[in-house]
Design a binder for this molecule. Structure first.
Ligand code: ATP
Ligand code: MG
Length: 548
């Protein structure tokens, strides 16, 4: 199912688990009502006692029973909320991972991986907290405050008036704290996202860091980001720390004032504040019950504030445009000439390719040459359909590459790059990429074609050996890359600098594999060595600042 906002995911989770949602709300309502009961029972017991009557066993039982009921319902509410939160985050996480696989290469390459990862972990957790200890608890607390207020108004009008004066002040104070906290929360989330991005970045570049002695620089950068996060956390902690004491002091002041007034002896004051001993015990009990939910409202505000920051960020993530998903039915595999016609392209404002045109005949082998940064690899990315040209068309066998479906693409065009992108799993998985259309036999044939079958057979579990970075040498990874591309038997093969950084012997092995893999295919390669060894036509990609 597709949801483009946190709200839509939550709504659907609530509908999907109707019983749980209704049960949670009913349980919260029952818990509110049950919390009104104990002070009422207590008032009756005390009034009976002061009237000289003994405590009836049934009354005592009722008092303890009502306390137990209140406790049981409160914990049931918590459990149900927890369960609902789990269901909801499950739906949200599935939706986010669906989205991730549908974002275009252009969108993803413009993002900081750490920040995207933080949306899946930290942000989703805060949204879960929005339900487990946020919205519903807050609604229940608001109902609790209102119903206690009604009971107090019935029991002691003067106190209700006093509370009407105090509660708006408390609300203003709460709003103030709320706003300050949101700002600090946002700062913190930003800092945490930057911190989580730094660890994978350091791991990825660890050799460079050691080689260039950048340890201190990386440490300073990390410390700076941690410092930013601490400063933001300290701000939220400060507001959090002052909120509770203020509420507690107010509680004590209100109780004190009411007690003084009810004991004043003034007849006028007593019409408003007079009450029996039992009622006064009940009222004190209610006042503390009134301030407890107001205090936890403060906590819930913090949860909700930080979740709103999370919701905003997740919504922004879910609102990103998706790649166009073409219908697979009835699509045929395009084969034939590769035609690049009047293509203009740039990653951002800066144009990299302008009005580029060339044709590669089916079965022809060509080499793209051009100085570094001229846009050779960019031509390959456009051929793979990873980016859309700003103007012009790119077709294979007359079909625009943007119209080639995901399932067709591997069989139509294969790309061998200098860097092997390892997927989790076994050696076999590296070649099949989990594609059910590529059988084990096809994968083995591809490895044989790449001249890697003997190396793989010598591994502890041959094709079923779990793949790790140290399993193959640089040249062998290159051969595995060729096997991966050849396994789907593509009509067009793209080779991007695959023999760079290889020693002569390994290069000969890779070129031999390429020669075998190129038979009967259209091959576009970027590499002078490949051109020298395999021959073919040369197409020059001129950098835009080069003269004609
Ligand atoms: P080389 O021979 O060094 O591999 P190239 O001809 O393959 O160079 P490209 O990798 O196509 O060059 O890059 C062409 C230009 O596009 C460069 O200026 C590069 O900085 C820019 N570029 C490449 N990839 C991106 C990207 N993902 N986002 C923004 N700019 C990019
Ligand atoms: Mg390149």
């Amino acid at each position: 199912m597709k949801h483009n906002s946190v709200f839509a995911a939550v709504r659907d989770a609530a509908f999907k688990h109707k019983l749980l949602s209704v049960g949670t709300v009913l349980c919260a309502a029952a818990s509110v009502l049950a919390s009104l009961l104990p002070p009422l029972v207590l008032a009756r017991i005390i009034d009976n006692l002061t009237g000289g009557m003994p405590i009836a066993f049934s009354a005592a039982l009722l008092y303890f029973g009502s306390l137990a009921l209140e406790g049981v319902l409160a914990s049931a509410q918590e459990t149900l909320l927890e369960m609902f939160g789990q269901r909801m985050t499950h739906m949200l996480r599935s939706e986010m991972s669906r989205k991730l696989t549908r974002l275009s290469a252009a969108t993803l390459s413009a993002q900081n991986p750490g920040e995207t990862a933080a949306r899946f972990s930290g942000d989703v957790d805060t949204v879960e907290a929005l339900f487990t200890s946020g919205v519903i608890s807050m609604a229940a607390d608001a109902c609790r405050i209102l119903s206690i207020f009604v009971v107090i108004a019935v029991k002691n009008t003067g106190l209700a008036i006093l509370l009407l004066l105090v509660l708006p002040l408390l609300t203003v104070f709460t709003r103030h704290v709320q706003k300050r906290m949101l700002v600090a929360q946002l700062e913190n989330r930003r800092a945490v996202a930057a911190i989580s991005g730094q660890v994978p970045e350091a791991l990825h570049n660890i050799r460079t860091i050691h080689a260039l002695g950048l340890e201190e620089y990386m440490e300073r950068r990390y410390d700076k980001r941690i410092g930013e996060s601490y400063a933001a956390v300290e701000k939220t902690n400060f507001y959090d720390a002052i909120y509770s004491p203020v509420v507690l002091v107010l509680n004590a002041v209100v109780v004190g004032v009411v007690m003084l007034l009810s004991a004043s002896g003034n007849a006028k004051v007593l019409t408003l504040f007079g009450m029996s001993v039992g009622t006064s015990v009940a009222v004190i009990n209610y006042i503390s019950r009134l301030f407890t939910p107001i205090e936890s409202l403060g906590m819930e505000i913090q949860t909700i504030q930080s979740a709103m920051a999370g919701v905003k960020r997740i919504d922004a993530f879910l609102a990103q445009p998706e790649r166009e998903m073409l219908a697979e039915e009835g699509a045929s595999m395009p084969r034939g000439d590769v035609v690049v016609s009047h293509v203009t392209f740039g990653y951002d404002e800066r144009t990299v390719l302008r009005d580029l045109s060339f044709t590669v005949k089916s079965g022809e082998q060509v080499t793209l040459v051009g100085r570094t940064g001229a846009g050779k690899s960019t031509v390959f990315k456009l051929l793979m359909g990873l980016y859309q040209p700003k103007a012009g068309t790119i077709t294979i066998g007359g079909v625009d590459v943007s119209q080639i479906t995901d399932r067709q693409r591997r069989g139509c065009i294969g790309c061998v790059e200098q860097h092997f992108a390892r997927v989790p799993g076994t050696v076999l998985d590296q070649i099949t990429l989990g594609d059910p259309r590529i059988s084990r036999e096809m994968a083995q044939n591809a490895a044989r074609l790449a001249g890697l079958d003997a190396t793989i057979d010598a591994l502890p579990a041959a094709y079923d050996t779990p793949c790790s970075d140290s399993l193959f040498s640089q040249g062998e990874w290159q051969l595995l890359c060729i096997a991966r591309a050849a396994a789907a038997d593509p009509a067009v093969l793209l080779l991007d600098e695959i023999t760079a950084n290889l020693d002569a012997e390994t290069e000969a092995r890779v070129l031999e594999a390429l020669r075998r893999a190129s038979v009967g295919r259209t091959v576009l390669s970027i590499s002078h060595r490949v051109y020298e060894k395999l021959g073919g036509r040369v197409i020059e990609i001129k950098a835009l600042d080069e003269g004609e």
